[in-house]
Ligand binder design. Structure first.
Ligand SMILES: [Zn+2]
Length: 553
């Protein structure tokens, strides 16, 4: 009597190569819709050449994935590894299509560091049917495959032929696609992060490689002597310092700096200090953000030392300041490693997030609760998405589209300079609003919490001057628009006396040349943390602090 277990009702007999062929076609056609959308952007759908191009892209994607999988998958590894790839692709394609995220090393790090509360919010109901179609069904079919066993010599010959054919197809299609791909990657370098599941494997590899490097060289601790200063014992109310790290806002278009347009109408109506001559440490986020939190920044720039050392935040935390980093962008670049942090995207602020990005008002989410439970000294860092280009128009809600016509295309080349500047200025209007709302929230609690807001952008931006766009020019040859940034400070009514600060004196400082190099020492001074790292010369508020406190230092 035949047993049911020995003869499954449904089985597919196939070779490893046949399975890989089907899997490659499946990945190319189902998981890569965002990549197709990026590659075909601007192509006329009615033109037969577009369809030929799309076919070539599909063949290239299939051949590339076949090639890579055929190098590592064999009779024994096929089912577990391909199964994992199918599952990863199904998740990746869902979030790419729904939220427009790109799967790069930073995103992979986010995924790996997601806690269960965040994960629960990310696992929305529409994910279920998607997983059924793109994961459960193919996994079931894979499970039912019965692999053909061949003598190893024949198996190796087959594999060799298959690899050669895939390599030839990948090379031939790449030759056809070279020109459009070159321009795609020039305009949208991040499009490569849409190639699925290659992006998942590649990003995991990058995270693993950098973690291995990082594990070999832990960040050097700094400020081991950090301790609370004498001011702590005298404070009657909790102190909350909010440092807003802006993004791509340039001083030249800042209304408070006298720009022809009023891009900061709400701040202009508030008693804020505007610092009009501030220079950035770098011309891109990766350089500026770590540098802003380092004891020695631009004046004696040493990237390896900055990246290899702990930051201002670790020094403050050591002295007992409650530090929290809230991110609405690409992370804290190691500045907040090991410290409390969250992201606006994970908080899923209602009505503020779509396509993997959130409007900056999400940074203020839950701030009232934080203020209500404030104790001691706190530093809250809010990392903005700000004026992150090139899609300035995506950085503000429709109601802030005041300067028109605004460029509403991700490709700046398709807009006039006027449209680009309009969109950029609208995004500044929105930052003005976010900062004013932050100040209003803190002012409403000023009776119970003393608070300080310090806003400073990470670098500037070129908006077509000398035909330059965006940022990231080498510092020595960068135009001023990329290195001059806005900086604004606000103190609650009780903060100035509590910190012993003379507002009129600060007003004078606001007109002097300052830079990111001042942040480290000024924040140590404001939060009254004592350490041998502190250099009074780089604390722009030091001269404005009460004589008694200055002597105590
Ligand atoms: Zn930046």
């Amino acid at each position: 009597m035949p047993t049911a277990a020995a003869s499954p009702r449904f089985a597919i007999t196939a070779t490893v190569e046949q399975v890989l062929l089907v899997a490659s076609a499946f990945f190319a056609l189902t998981a890569n819709r965002p990549f197709f959308a990026a590659a075909l952007r601007g192509h006329d759908p009615g033109d037969p050449a577009t369809w030929a191009f799309a076919l070539a892209v599909a063949l290239w994607l299939g051949a590339m994935h076949f090639l890579l999988m055929a190098l590592v998958l064999n009779r024994w590894t096929l089912k577990p590894l391909l199964g994992a790839l199918i599952l990863a692709s199904a998740f990746a394609s869902y979030y790419m299509m729904r939220y427009g995220v790109h799967i790069d090393a930073a995103m992979m790090r986010n995924v790996l560091h997601t806690d269960t509360a965040e994960a629960r919010e990310l696992l929305a109901w529409p994910l279920l049917p998607h997983l059924l179609v793109y994961a459960a069904l193919p996994l079931f079919l894979l499970w039912r495959v019965r692999l053909v066993q061949r003598p190893w010599l024949r198996a190796a010959a087959w594999r060799g032929v298959a690899l050669a054919l895939a390599a030839a197809l990948a090379a031939a299609t790449l030759l056809l696609l070279f020109q459009p791909f070159a321009s795609l990657l020039r305009n949208h370098r991040e499009a490569r992060h849409l190639i699925t599941p290659g992006n998942v494997v590649f990003s995991l590899g990058r995270v693993a490689a950098s973690d291995l490097r990082g594990a070999a060289q832990p960040r050097q601790p700094i400020g081991l002597d950090a301790r609370p200063g004498p001011g702590w014992a005298q404070r009657r109310k909790p102190l909350m310092v909010v440092l807003v790290v802006g993004e791509t806002a340039r001083a030249a278009n800042w209304g408070l700096n006298g720009y022809a347009r009023q891009t900061t109408p709400q701040l202009a109506a508030l008693p804020v200090l505007n610092f009009s001559h501030v220079s950035s440490c770098g011309t891109d986020t990766e350089t500026s953000v770590p540098c802003m939190f380092a004891p020695v920044g631009r004046r004696d720039y040493d990237e390896a030392r900055i990246r290899g050392s702990q930051s201002l935040l670790h020094v403050l935390a050591r002295a007992g300041v409650a530090v929290h980093w809230r991110d609405n962008q690409s992370g804290c670049k190691g500045v907040c490693d090991g410290l409390s942090s969250d992201t606006v995207l994970a908080l899923n602020a209602p009505g503020l997030c779509s396509e993997g990005h959130c409007l900056d008002e999400g940074l203020l989410f839950g701030l009232e609760r934080r203020l209500a439970s404030a104790q001691g000294a706190q530093l809250l860092v809010l990392h903005q998405l700000g004026n992150h280009g090139p899609s300035y128009f995506r950085r503000y809600p429709r109601s802030f589209a005041q300067f028109t016509p605004a460029c509403e295309n991700d490709d700046l080349q398709r807009c006039t300079r006027e449209q680009i500047v309009n969109a950029y200025d609208n995004a500044l209007l929105y930052t003005d609003h976010v900062l004013a709302r932050l100040i209003a929230l803190l002012a409403a609690r000023a009776d119970s919490v003393d608070s300080v807001v310090l806003y400073v952008s990470d670098h500037g931006e070129s908006l077509g001057e000398n035909r330059l766009f965006l940022h990231g020019m080498p510092y020595a040859i960068a135009p001023d628009v990329q290195t001059r940034v806005p900086m604004v400070m606000w103190l609650s009514g009780g903060a100035a006396p509590a910190l012993g600060l003379d507002a009129a004196c600060l007003q004078q400082q606001a007109g002097t040349p300052l830079g990111h190099d001042h942040l480290f020492h000024t924040l140590l001074g404001l939060l009254d943390v004592q350490t041998a790292l502190y250099d009074r010369h780089w604390d722009f508020a030091a001269a404005c602090r009460g004589v008694a406190m200055a002597q105590a230092r």
